[in-house]
Design a protein around this ligand. Structure first.
Ligand SMILES: *[C@@H]1O[C@H](CO)[C@@H](O)[C@H](O)[C@H]1NC(C)=O
Ligand SMILES: *[C@@H]1O[C@H](CO)[C@@H](O)[C@H](O)[C@H]1NC(C)=O
Ligand SMILES: *[C@@H]1O[C@H](CO)[C@@H](O)[C@H](O)[C@H]1NC(C)=O
Ligand SMILES: *[C@@H]1O[C@H](CO)[C@@H](O)[C@H](O)[C@H]1NC(C)=O
Ligand SMILES: *[C@@H]1O[C@H](CO)[C@@H](O)[C@H](O)[C@H]1NC(C)=O
Ligand SMILES: *[C@@H]1O[C@H](CO)[C@@H](O)[C@H](O)[C@H]1NC(C)=O
Length: 298
């Protein structure tokens, strides 16, 4: 029996309001590390049934968004509620296009791809991002990533509203390129302002690290320093009143961080696999992959 460490990380940023979720609401910038031993369940990775990826093949430039799959083809929308989402793909919008494909509703409900599909065990959706993928504008890295669609007439949600804007996912990181240098990583969740850039990004990096980088808190913050590929976790943003709670749980490991948000009115959530590699310098066989078992946005 292997004892696993319990990490209880509670950080209160100066200026963030106190919330009733944490044990220690009195200290500012307090980091509480409370190791203890207990067994943790790691059954998920065995049941996730990851199918082998098609990483070594070139990103196909065939657009399949308009093709109606046969009734037997399971699409990601059968597993994840994609009502409020579009997906940005690491392939071209049309044959030989250098513009990336983005699929919106209602087409998204019927969409599946070699890079965005239901796993063989039919338990989850795989976000696979080949190094050879086409990139979105303004970046040199490909992504297979959901982007929140906000109601018509709005540009996003406002940080200062007292209404909650929550994103909760259950997922696992299957792969990102390791062993090259620290600049290879996968971003699996973001709060993005189209006008101000990424406000909060959450990423897996180096050999074992899951960390969060923010516009308001200075250096990136560790959420998990012992993450291995395939370990299931739950991650959430809960935003309102100029801040977001960030919660991360993996078995008995958990972290809670309060992050101030700048008061912009156009935030959207993103989640999936945004694969930070340099396609021109990393091997063509490299890829990132995230598998998601649940997705909820309010
Ligand atoms: C790190 O995680 C592994 C399981 O992936 C576990 O066996 C090991 O005990 C953990 N190490 C620490 C220091 O928590
Ligand atoms: C799907 O998500 C939307 C919001 O994104 C929500 O309004 C709707 O109730 C959800 N549907 C189900 C079946 O949960
Ligand atoms: C795409 O490029 C290939 C290789 O250059 C070419 O054979 C094919 O005709 C092109 N397809 C379109 C639709 O332009
Ligand atoms: C959003 O998250 C907060 C904090 O966890 C919770 O109190 C609130 O009920 C959630 N709101 C919704 C609509 O789920
Ligand atoms: C959020 O920020 C705005 C702009 O700075 C400010 O007017 C408002 O009072 C803030 N709301 C809270 C709850 O702090
Ligand atoms: C990491 O490796 C990539 C690919 O070789 C290279 O482009 C990048 O400059 C390297 N970054 C660092 C910090 O060494």
């Amino acid at each position: 029996m292997i004892a696993s460490a319990v990490l209880s990380l509670v950080i209160f940023a100066a200026g963030a309001r106190a919330v009733p979720l944490a044990a220690d609401t009195t200290s500012s910038s307090a980091v509480v590390l409370a190791p203890s031993s207990s067994s943790s369940s790691r059954s998920f990775s065995a049941t996730a049934g990851l199918v082998s990826s098609s990483s070594s093949s070139k990103a196909t430039t065939t657009s399949s968004s308009s093709a109606s799959p046969s009734p037997t083809v399971l699409t990601p929308a059968k597993f994840l509620n994609l009502t409020s989402w579009s997906v940005q793909m690491p392939v071209g919008a049309t044959a030989n296009s250098t513009t990336f494909q983005q699929v919106y509703q209602p087409a998204l409900d019927k969409f599946t791809s070699p890079y965005f599909y239901v796993n063989a065990a039919q338990t989850a959706v795989v976000f696979n991002t080949p190094n050879t993928g086409i990139t979105t504008g303004g970046t040199t890295s490909p992504r297979t990533e959901l982007r929140q669609i906000t109601p018509v007439g709005t540009t996003g949600w406002d940080a200062y509203s007292s209404t909650w804007h929550n994103l909760t996912i259950s997922a696992q990181i299957d792969r990102y390129p390791q062993g090259y240098n620290t600049s290879s990583l996968v971003i699996f969740a973001q709060i993005l302002s189209p006008t101000q850039g990424a406000e909060v990004i959450v990423r897996a990096r180096d050999k074992k690290l899951i960390e969060m980088c923010t516009k308001t808190l200075g250096p990136c913050i560790n959420l998990d320093t012992n993450y291995s590929f395939g370990e299931p976790f739950t991650f959430a943003f809960s935003a309102s009143n100029n801040m977001t709670l960030v919660t991360y749980r993996k078995g008995t490991v958990s972290a809670l961080v309060v992050v101030p948000l700048r008061p912009y009115p156009d935030f959207v959530f993103k989640t999936g696999s945004y694969c930070l590699m340099t396609p021109t310098t990393f091997p063509a066989t490299e890829y990132c992959q995230v598998t998601m078992t649940s997705l909820k946005v309010v």
